[in-house]
Design a binder for this molecule. Structure first.
Ligand code: WTA
Length: 653
């Protein structure tokens, strides 16, 4: 995490007067939600179109397993697409798609409805139906969204795997959720060149061999590059979906029907399959998108730069915004391709009004210099959002001033894959935001900062971030691992019934919340969640590695960076740079390029307690250049001197 020094008298920015005067949500919402939570959420659920009404807002009798909008039935794809067409808005653009090479495509809601219907018919013809799992491994192209909505339309549960993950990571997810179908593409464009995807699917399936649950691989043609094709399993999207009928009647599913599983890193080597269901999730995503972005669907043009492979893409590109019927930008590529002004050029071209991105990106643009955004007309913007990691006040101020022209409020939104929806955030028409603070729980949300015993800490103190009451988009369980669900989130403060978020936080003198970062062995690199132990297992799977310890060290651009300490197998000579390069590539192969350590130091020993637990705190101190302080709990205190030495050597190298 970047060093977050909380100023004693933070700057505050009052909401712009015109925004406050016409805000979607005003201050009264907090009290109303507080006095009647069920009534408040029932009202938000009415944003959706229900095929059958719910009879109860929340059934919490089997806590922490929630059932929201009991007995209600709906179709998520109908809510995101058809109903806008039926209301006469079929000609409205759903997506301005911008491909990295410069190709563009506007897709209206009517066209999206036809595409989703065709894909739904195609999936049905391939034997996919309600209760089946479909893995989606695609770049940021419209077909990714069509595939997700087609699954939702027929009651199949999707699991989108980020295109940056490796074949190994894909295989373990396919295996864990027993996906019947994989939807992928020949490749996508990344930094000006085609980058293949299908070969990773082939490698994943051949790794699974006879254990593979996959019947078919549906391949979108994006780059036109050659890909090996197996006629027994592989099918082209344009053949199967292209020839399917655009007529499809959506079926209504129970509010608790599984909508998707999103794998996310936890504190062990095995990713957690976070399950989201339909009615509550869609309600939470749609309401927060309306409230936090002050969305005016008739006039706003919204752009969220997240990848579809992460929860932000699910809640705030697909489900929330489409349920709200907005026009958005969808961009395939990187911010610096073909030039470093690409994002600002897109904002200017489409007149983007609401923009949602991550602090890492903002810090990168700061490094590139304000001259770049300054050459574009960004005056269409009226609100800026931030997500994924703590935004340091400096980055917030730059974002607000350089991108937002000192007129756009910044909403720093705290939430997680598990929460499904934003939880702590300013309301742009109400809150006087402070740079660096996510401020207060949104209306209807209960959050607090507590001590070890679960007692609310006084203002001015630090503690653990907890969520004190259920919310509609909450995860329902971990896929096929309900025990781990209870253990991970609900046992730490079991007596109080609190959800333990895994983040540390501080309440300032006004009681506003500042998120300090993870308190567990989860890192946050460029807003992506990575587990220390997952990377450690990847390193140890290399034949030359005996032991590994991984820590997240503060990094100016990426928030945290992966730093690894490795012990080689005995008798194995250290051949320096070549070996560390090989280990970095090995991690990329096992997990994905995002997990590659920034630095690997070969060490003779690791600092361990007498019970054999690695003291990551000490390694973090070394990695961040601090004095390691008290080492008396170590079984061998002299090891820290050895490690500190190696670290200076490798840093100098
Ligand atoms: C961190 C991303 C500070 C936090 C939506 C959380 C944040 C983890 C913020 C979840 C924020 C997310 N300020 N930290 N505004 N937003 N985080 O599951 O540590 O990829 O627990 O969800 O990101 O990451 P995830």
């Amino acid at each position: 995490m970047t060093d977050l020094t909380i100023p004693s008298t933070p700057t505050r920015f009052e909401p712009p007067a015109d925004l406050a005067a016409s805000a979607n949500v005003t201050a009264e919402a907090y009290a109303r939600a507080e006095s009647d939570a069920d009534g408040f959420w029932a009202e938000q659920a009415e944003r959706l179109t229900w095929a059958e009404p719910f009879t109860q807002v929340l059934d919490w009798s089997d806590a922490p397993r929630a059932r929201w909008f009991v007995d209600g039935k709906l179709n998520a794809a109908y809510n995101c697409v058809d109903r806008h067409v039926e209301a006469g808005r079929g000609d409205k653009v759903a997506f301005h798609f911008v491909g990295e090479p410069g190709d563009t495509r506007d897709i209206t809601y009517a066209e999206l409805k036809d595409d989703v219907s065709r894909a739904a018919n195609a999936l049905t013809s391939l034997g996919v139906g309600s209760g089946d799992l479909v893995a989606i491994y695609l770049p940021m192209i419209p077909e990714a969204i069509v595939a997700m909505l087609a699954c939702a339309r027929i009651g199949a549960t999707h699991t989108v795997v980020f295109g940056g993950f490796s074949a190994e990571a894909l295989a373990s997810r396919i295996e864990d959720c027993r996906a019947k179908l994989v939807i992928t593409s020949d490749g996508g464009y990344r930094r000006g060149a085609p980058s293949p995807l299908k070969p990773a699917v082939d490698a994943a399936l051949s790794r699974l061999g006879g254990q593979s649950p996959v019947d078919h691989v549906l391949v979108v043609r994006r780059t036109g590059e050659y890909v090996p094709f197996d006629d027994a399993t592989d099918l082209w999207w344009h053949d199967v979906v292209g020839s399917a009928s655009p007529e499809h009647t959506p079926e209504a599913f129970d509010a608790e029907h599984p909508l998707y599983v999103m794998y996310s890193s936890g504190t062990t080597g095995k990713p957690k399959g976070i399950l989201h269901t339909t009615g509550g999730y869609l309600t939470g995503a749609a309401y927060t998108h309306h409230a936090v972005f002050d969305l005016k669907p008739d006039t706003d043009v919204y752009w969220c730069t997240a990848d579809i492979g992460w929860v932000t893409g699910h809640s705030y590109i697909v489900y929330g915004p489409l349920a709200n019927g907005v026009t958005q930008v969808l961009y395939e590529g990187t911010p610096d391709s073909p030039h470093r002004g690409r994002w600002w050029e897109i904002i200017e071209r489409y007149g983007v009004t609401l923009f949602y991105t991550a602090p890492t990106a903002i810090r990168t643009f700061m490094k590139w210099g304000r001259e770049i955004p300054d050459t574009y007309d960004l005056s269409s913007l009226r609100l800026l959002g931030s997500v994924g990691e703590p935004i340091n006040p400096e980055a917030y101020l730059w974002y607000r001033s350089v991108i937002g022209g000192d007129r756009c409020p910044v909403v720093d939104t705290w939430w997680q894959t598990e929460t499904g929806q934003m939880m702590i955030s300013p309301l742009p028409g109400v809150t006087a935001g402070k740079p660096g603070s996510a401020m207060r729980p949104l209306p209807g949300i209960g959050a607090d900062v507590v001590d070890e015993e679960g007692r609310s800490v006084p203002n001015g103190s630090r503690g653990y971030l907890v969520l004190t009451k259920p919310w509609p988009a909450m995860l329902r369980t971990l896929w096929q691992d309900d025990e781990r669900f209870v253990e991970t989130y609900w046992t730490r403060f079991a007596d109080l019934g609190y959800y333990f978020a895994g983040d540390g936080a501080k309440k300032d003198e006004d009681g506003d919340i500042w998120i300090l970062g993870r308190v567990d062995d989860v890192m946050n690199v460029s807003g992506h969640r990575l587990s220390t132990s997952e990377i450690e297992s990847a390193l140890v799977s290399h034949p030359r590695v005996a032991e590994a310890a991984v820590v997240g060290a503060a990094d100016e651009t990426t928030g945290q960076a992966v730093v690894a300490y490795v012990i080689l197998r005995s008798g194995d000579g250290n051949n320096g740079e070549a070996l560390t390069q090989e280990l970095r590539s090995h991690v990329a192969k096992e997990i994905g390029a995002i997990a590659k350590p920034r630095q690997i130091t070969i060490v003779p020993e690791l600092p361990k307690t007498r019970s054999g637990k690695i003291m990551r705190r000490l390694l973090r101190d070394v990695a961040e250049g601090r004095d390691v302080g008290d080492t008396t709990t170590l079984s061998d205190p002299s090891v820290m001197a050895l490690i500190a030495n190696r670290d200076t050597e490798s840093a100098g190298a």
